[in-house]
Ligand binder design. Structure first.
Ligand SMILES: *Cc1c(COP(=O)(O)O)cnc(C)c1O
Length: 450
């Protein structure tokens, strides 16, 4: 019988995070201050100095503090699985592996960075963290991280998800967090947006602005971001490092790596540890997948833009649809962000990765096929990647190629059953590519002379 699970022992959890920065063929462009447009660090009132150090570090490896390693042990290492039943259902000669982050107690990869972020905030003397959440995965993860570290947690939850996914809110509250729908009445920017559009469905960009305003206004509070930033991507590299060891156990090496991108953190966590191999000449195709309704990398320019709607966050060089773009309310809430991680953006520009966009009805069809084969109901976000894995496996069937495909399965969909219900009852629709709205938002990019 073929082996299905590739399981590491607790002792094999990585003890260091991998920082890709020294290995990138080109240095990352700097972050720019939103006012002066000069190079800047992450705003010190918002982030502890330790995370700023990690953000710009040129050290290849950064030690994971023991207290964090101990908490990682609650769910790490996560399993790498061979999707034998899916392979069979597809009739493909390809080998499909998936690295499953849904076994974390928060149900996604996000706890990998939530725990260190809460840890470093506490070390720096904070009492409280403020953050935004899209589909609720990040909020649940940070609520848990704060709970472990004895910090308070305030979560601004994108309004459309707040109502689509009430159990996510309850989960955050179980871990002691305070959750409000965003745009909210608790901040100036929230009140302003509600005054202009009382029915605003919210967006990650708006929620970020609210959380940033909250943390700026209080001495005891840091801000925490669940994706995009360099240090967040670095915390996620435990995923790829474990996967490398597990593939070795399986006697396999990836021809193709596939992951979904919202801000880019789970995908980066998977592929970044493979970048040195690829730069040394290994032929790995690394494919990012995004929604057609929010096609940041496939349709947006590589340009300077604000990280948030209000223009308070630093300006980064990234693929973007414009900071004022509010994506249609697709069910993959975690993929509704106007920009993309600068590291992922640079890798795309340099041709280290490629990106595809897919529509949500096709995504849910693939998700259901995956569930019926493997027994895991995937979150809508990684289901975007599953769609492309299936496409690639079917190409192998046509060509007879026995490729090894590795899927970053970033989380489970137990809180997304409403979306599955819509799909199964034929009510799920695709949103047309919002060309006009993107054009309008791109006209509002900041002017940067560099
Ligand atoms: C948040 C989330 C994503 C998208 O965020 P990234 O930073 O791009 O990883 C993807 N999958 C799941 C399960 C998520 O919770």
């Amino acid at each position: 019988m073929e082996q299905t699970k590739f399981i590491l022992s607790e002792k094999e959890i990585p003890t260091k995070w991998y920082n890709v920065q020294p290995d990138l063929p080109e240095p990352l462009p700097p972050l720019l201050h939103p006012g002066t447009k000069e190079p800047t660090i992450l705003p010190p009132p918002l982030f502890p100095a330790s995370l700023n150090e990690q953000e710009f570090s040129k050290e290849r490896y950064i030690e994971i503090p023991e207290e964090i390693q101990q908490i990682y042990r609650l769910w790490r290492p996560t399993g790498l699985y061979r999707a034998l039943r899916l392979e069979k259902a597809l009739g493909t000669p390809a080998k499909i592996f998936y690295k499953y982050e849904g076994s974390s107690p928060a149900g996604s990869h996000k706890l990998n960075t939530a725990v260190p972020q809460a840890y470093y905030a506490k070390k720096a003397g904070a009492k409280r963290l403020a953050t935004e959440t899209g589909a609720g995965q990040w909020g649940s993860a940070l609520a848990m991280g704060c709970n472990f570290m004895g910090l308070e947690c305030k979560v601004y939850m994108v309004k459309v998800s707040y109502f689509q996914k009430p159990y996510r809110r309850v989960l955050m509250e179980v871990f002691g967090a305070k959750v409000v729908p965003s745009p909210s009445q608790d901040t100036q920017i929230g009140r302003k947006i509600l005054a202009e559009d009382p029915d605003s469905s919210g967006s990650l960009g708006i929620a970020i602005s609210e959380a940033v305003e909250d943390a700026f206004g209080r001495d005891d509070t840091f801000y925490s971001l669940g994706s995009v930033l360099n240090h967040v991507l670095m915390h996620q590299t435990v995923i790829g490092m474990e996967t490398m060891k597990q593939l070795e156990m399986a006697g396999a090496y990836p021809d193709i790596i596939v992951g979904c991108i919202g801000g880019g953190s789970n995908f980066a966590g998977m592929f970044l540890p493979f970048v040195p191999d690829k730069l040394k000449g290994k032929k790995i195709q690394i494919i990012a997948v995004e929604p057609e309704a929010c096609p940041t990398v496939t349709k947006g320019p590589y340009a300077w833009d604000y990280g948030d709607v209000a223009g308070m966050a630093p300006i980064a060089k990234m693929y973007t649809l414009g900071h004022s773009f509010v994506p249609p309310p697709v069910h993959a809430g975690g993929l509704r962000y106007h920009g993309m991680a600068p590291i992922v953006s640079l890798c795309q520009k340099l041709g280290i990765i490629e990106t595809r966009a897919v529509a949500q009805t096709a995504v849910f069809k693939s998700a259901v096929q995956f569930a019926r084969s493997e027994g895991i109901v995937p979150a809508p976000e990684p289901s975007h990647a599953i769609k492309v894995v299936i496409d690639e496996a079917l190409k192998c069937k046509e060509s007879g190629q026995k490729k090894t495909i590795v899927l970053a399965l970033s989380g489970h969909g137990h809180f997304d059953l409403g979306a599955y219900d819509e799909y199964l009852s034929g009510k799920l629709a695709d949103y047309p590519y919002p060309e006009q709205k993107i054009k309008e938002a791109l006209a509002k990019l900041p002017e940067v002379k560099r």
